[in-house]
Design a protein around this ligand. Structure first.
Ligand code: TXA
Ligand code: MG
Length: 346
């Protein structure tokens, strides 16, 4: 199959293109569509056969449910039944973070096919900030079920070129709106009632809506530090200990501790700012900095997956060493991804 790429300007006058893409989805095709976090591989969420094509193209196991993308917060009630005791909290979260990089796991309505939710009684719902996904969903008149547009277990794509490398030849179309502005997948929250009878959220996946941003809005229940995903119970079914994996081995290392290279192995370093004691060692065939300019975590987050891909593609690097990042704000989400990348093989 030939994979076509259509470029759109964001924000721009792309209505015609969006209608065309919505028509393809209506016919049961699958299309890669950008969001502000990562590119998604979308299908009409109410068309089980189309959704099956998403699983097939990604080689994704059927136990891993998909996120439904809605055109606006008002459409939430099309697919989810929010229990009255959680309605206030859900409204607050939606008003604060939608449109944006937050996904809410809520009790599902029966119109959502089993294949979307992997048979769970809940559905993951998201209103992205990106006009492409929202306007295509609006034109379609149904939610768009879309996981990240990579093959299962691989690094999520933050550009159309990265989608092409992952899924080229397997899907008919990529909507290209340039690089994603966030670069890390959405934060996944499951609203619940805590042991004191108060509304709270389970943090199922760390992301751009950080623990700090949630503070003050509601209690956040999470098991433990993101540095040991193996110790995490797998309560977002796709959040397996090994994920986001480059094809090369990846090792996490303290930026202030000396690294002892194994003779005969060629290492590349992913450094936070490129100025750590680790980065000064002369054992690196190549070094990439996540945040060479500002040293801000947001800059590093936007670049993380692209830098992991670049390292993976270099012929002069056999093993990737990544500096441990500060575990505050976006650093938690990045460490979650890096730990899973490091856990890739037994
Ligand atoms: O930023 C994002 O969230 C991107 C863009 C495309 O929206 N999507 C994304 O999808 O990262 P995916 O499929 O790669 O990750 C979605 C995660 C999976 O770990 C899945 O297990 C979890 O969401 N999930 C989906 N439905 C769920 C549910 N009902 N209960 C718990 N976890 C769920
Ligand atoms: Mg994914």
């Amino acid at each position: 199959m030939e994979t076509r790429v259509i470029e759109v300007e964001v924000p721009g006058r792309n209505e015609e293109t969006y209608r065309e893409v919505a028509d393809m989805l209506r016919r049961g095709d699958i299309v890669a569509i950008p969001t502000e976090t990562v590119y998604g591989l979308g299908a009409d969420a109410f068309n089980a056969e189309a959704v099956a094509k998403v699983f097939e193209a990604k080689e994704r196991p059927s136990f891993d449910p998909l996120i439904c993308h809605l055109p606006n917060a008002a459409s939430l009630s099309d697919i989810a039944d929010v229990p009255p005791e959680l309605q206030g909290l859900v409204n607050r979260l939606a008003e604060t973070f939608w449109p944006g990089p937050m996904t809410l796991v809520l009790p599902r309505k029966s119109c959502v096919p089993d294949i979307v939710t992997s048979g769970l009684p809940t559905v993951a719902c998201r209103v992205t900030q990106h006009e492409s996904m929202r306007k295509i969903a609006k034109a379609l008149g149904h939610p768009i079920a879309a996981p990240s547009a990579n093959r299962f277990g691989h690094i999520s794509p933050t550009t159309a070129q990265a989608v092409m490398k992952e899924l080229g030849g397997r899907i008919p179309l990529i909507v290209d709106a340039g690089a994603c502005s966030e670069g890390l997948e959405s934060t996944i929250l499951q609203p619940c009632i805590d042991e004191k009878g108060k509304p709270a959220v389970h943090l199922l996946r760390e992301g751009p809506v950080t623990r700090e941003k949630l503070r003050g809005l509601c209690r956040v229940l999470h098991k433990k530090s993101s540095t040991s995903p193996a110790a995490h119970p797998v309560n977002a079914p796709g959040q397996l200990p090994s994920h986001y994996a480059p094809t090369k081995p990846l090792i996490l290392h303290n930026p202030r501790a000396p690294f002892t290279p194994t003779p005969g192995i060629v290492y590349g370093l992913i450094s936070y700012q490129g100025n750590s004691p680790l980065a000064q060692q002369n054992c690196w065939a190549h070094t990439e900095s996540l945040s060479p300019g500002s040293g801000r975590l947001a800059e590093a987050a936007v670049r993380l997956f692209a830098v992991m891909r670049a390292m993976d593609e270099r012929e002069d690097v056999q093993v990737i060493v990544a500096e441990e990042l500060p575990e505050t704000g976006l650093g938690n989400a990045m460490m979650d991804r890096l730990c899973r990348a490091a856990a890739r093989r037994g």
